[in-house]
Design a protein around this ligand. Structure first.
Ligand SMILES: Nc1ncnc2c1ncn2[C@@H]1O[C@H](COP(=O)(O)OP(=O)(O)O)[C@@H](O)[C@H]1O
Ligand SMILES: [Mg+2]
Length: 330
């Protein structure tokens, strides 16, 4: 792995074909990820926000090539991940890990915690059984499953939701990944344990963040604010705004980002005092038949004629990229 590795996502698309019916003759697609580009360097932290169905999970899965892209490139460790064959991809796998929203669904119900974690080392290292056992104990301690001996022989269903997510986190960090994507890591958990899991993710970030690229997908703007230097806002499969988290929260540019930020309570009195509340109105668009032009135009309070027919390109406003004709003069 090169010392100053980076992740560069270029024009990535993922279209899912929709099953045809006798009424619809031509093949239609759900454009879950529609031409997304961005990059982050080693030590970078990116938050991805956007309402449910906007394509966040699909983007994450495509970046890690857990699903095949429709088109585009993703450069990581100086390789285009989309060009790798099975063997090369398998070698890179331990360096790119994902923590999923639903820990139950991502653990094999027939394997004990010890087997789940041991398997990672067996697949990707040549450590001896004793060394692996020590690593597994260390990992369990690290993710707060202590004393570790108590958890080794449990099956996923014998753990609480929070404990299961800790096992998933242990598995994801086992081999010191260089790219870690956490997809709404607490949204399936009880409110009472969310804070603990967030703290665990924060600790991992403090410990290893410098040598990693961290991507967090979350609805929780406060979490994004505490962990992510940069933020990417998705709407209906497209990136509508990208830039530094602090400046996006202080002065969101895209009308959708403004709605999103105004809808959440932010534990920062200075921002809370000055910000105006804008109600989120209207429905998210259908991804099969999205509106022409800017996908947000039917809900946008600033809609202009051209928004209804043209897709806005990215305009650079200071440090920000924003896909909105309001900024066309910049
Ligand atoms: N395997 C799939 N087949 C068909 N459509 C899919 C598949 N996975 C996701 N989608 C569709 O892609 C869109 C984006 O989904 P997703 O990436 O899960 O959004 P988010 O994570 O932002 O909620 C949704 O309309 C969803 O129904
Ligand atoms: Mg999702």
């Amino acid at each position: 792995m090169e010392k100053n590795f980076f992740l560069k996502v270029v024009n990535v698309k993922k279209y899912f074909p929709v099953s045809k019916s006798f009424l619809i003759k031509s093949q239609k697609y759900v454009k879950a990820v529609d031409n997304i580009s961005f990059s982050i360097r080693r030590g970078g932290t990116l938050g991805i926000v956007g309402e449910s169905g906007s394509g966040k999970t699909t983007l994450a899965r495509v970046i890690l090539r857990l699903i095949e892209p429709t088109s585009g490139s993703v450069y990581f460790d100086n390789k285009n991940i989309f060009d790798l064959d099975k063997h090369e991809l398998r070698k890179l796998r331990p360096k790119m890990q994902m923590i999923f929203q639903d820990p139950m669904a991502s653990l094999n119900p027939r394997k004990k915690v010890k087997q789940i974690l041991t398997q990672v080392f067996k697949l990707h290292t040549s450590l001896s059984n004793e060394e692996i056992y020590d690593r597994v104990l260390d990992l369990l301690e690290k993710v707060g499953l202590s004393p570790p001996e108590l958890f080794l022989d449990r099956y996923p269903h014998e753990l609480s939701g929070g404990q299961r997510q800790r096992v998933c986190i242990a598995r994801a960090i086992a081999l010191n990944p260089k790219l870690l994507i956490a997809d709404e890591p607490v949204s399936a958990l009880d409110v009472s344990v969310r804070g603990q899991i967030i703290n665990l993710l924060l600790n991992i970030y403090r410990e290893r963040g410098e040598d990693m690229i961290y991507i967090i997908i979350s609805h929780d703007i406060a979490l994004i604010k505490s962990m992510c230097k940069d933020t990417l806002v998705m709407y209906s499969g497209r990136m509508v705004e990208f830039g530094e988290t602090d400046s996006i929260i202080k002065s969101p540019l895209h009308p959708y980002t403004r709605m999103l930020i105004s809808a959440v309570p932010i534990p920062d009195p200075e921002i809370a005092r000055t910000k105006k509340r804008i109600p989120i109105s209207g429905e998210p668009p259908s991804l099969i038949n999205p509106p022409p032009g800017c996908h947000f135009h039917p809900r946008c309070p600033y809609v202009m004629e051209r928004c209804k027919v043209e897709v806005p390109q990215y305009f650079q406003v200071e440090d920000r990229l924003v896909s909105c004709f309001l900024y066309a003069q910049y």
